[in-house]
Write a protein that binds this ligand. Sequence first.
Ligand code: SAM
Length: 216
Amino acid sequence: MRNRRMLIFLGLFAFTLSLSQGAAAQLASRPAEEWSKTLEAHDRVANLKMDEIVAKLGLKPGGSVADIGAGSGLFEVPLAKAVSPSGKVYAVDIDAGFFPQIKRKADEAHVTNVQTVLGKYTDPNLPAKNIDLVFFHDVLHHIEDRAAYLKSVSGYLTPSGRVVVIDYEPGMGPHKGHPDLEVSREQLATWMKNAGLKPSEDVKMFPDRYFLVYSK
Ligand SMILES: C[S@@+](CC[C@H](N)C(=O)[O-])C[C@H]1O[C@@H](n2cnc3c(N)ncnc32)[C@H](O)[C@@H]1O
C-alpha cells in the first residue's frame, strides 16, 4: 500500500514537471487558431512593411531561407517569390496547427517552393544544411533558450549565410513590462557572438523594432 502511494506520488510529480517544462519552452504561447487572429489583424499587417523587409533581405533566385516561427505564414509567399521557384522556403514552427494556413496561402498564390517544418524547442530541425538566410520576425522573444537556439541555427548556414532578427526594442512592444519576453540588442549580440555570428547590418526601418543582420 505504502509502495503504491509512493508510485502514484512519483508519477504525479513527473507529470507536473513535464507539463511545466513543456510550457516554459515556448513563452507566451497560444493555440494557433486564436493566435492567428492577432497575427493577421488589419492594424498589425498594415504596419509590418512586409514587402520592404523582404526587399531589404536581398534574397537571390535559387536561394534557401528558413522562416523561424512562421506562424500564420504572412511572409511565406513574398519570401517564396523572392527566391523564385528554383529556391526554397522552410516555414518552421513549433506548432503544426499553423501549417494548414501556410499551405493554403502558398496554394492560393500558386507557389510550390514552401515546405513546412516542425521545429524543436532549441533546434529548427531543418532538413538541409545549406541555408542562405534564417529569418526571425517577431519570434525570438517567444523562444525560451535563445542562446541554444541561435547556436543550432548557425550549424544550418552556408559559409556566407546570414541571420536576420526583427524584434521589439525593450519597452516598446506588446510585452512591455515583462522583461522575460523581451530581447535587447545587447543580449542578442552576446548570443550571436557565442554562436559564431558577427554583426553585419543595422537596418533602420521601424521606430519600435530593430532589424539586425548577422553573418558567419
Ligand atoms: C508572434 S508569432 C510570429 C509569427 C510570424 N513570424 C509573424 O511575424 O507573423 C511567434 C511564432 O513563433 C512560434 N514559435 C515560438 N517558439 C518557437 C520555437 N522554439 N521554434 C519555432 N517557432 C516557435 C510560435 O508558435 C508563433 O507561431
